[in-house]
Design a protein around this ligand. Sequence first.
Ligand code: ZN
Length: 112
Amino acid sequence: MHESGIAYDIYATAKRAAEDNFATLVKAIHVDVGSMAMVNSDQVEFMFNTFIAEDPLFKDTKLIFNTVLPLAECSCGYKGSEIFVCPTCGKLPHMIQGKEILVKNIEIEAED
Ligand SMILES: [Zn+2]
């Protein structure tokens, strides 16, 4: 399942960052989700909770989703929210933001 792989990536990314920073607890994970990513965030959260269930480093970790609106760029120089037709020249712009799922930031507790 799509959401399961995404949830695992979030878990693995956060775990690597937590270990790199000698964290004792991961309190929250902020995730940017593009509004065009076609992802069910409730399902991602559900799957994520099954991955962290056995991991004490992730006790009560909160997933915080931040929706990222689409942004496109065109060869004519246009940059904006029109992702299908460029309002300046009518060509297909290139989407530079809005499909991503990115771990943006994690909140941890660490030993001194
Ligand atoms: Zn254009």
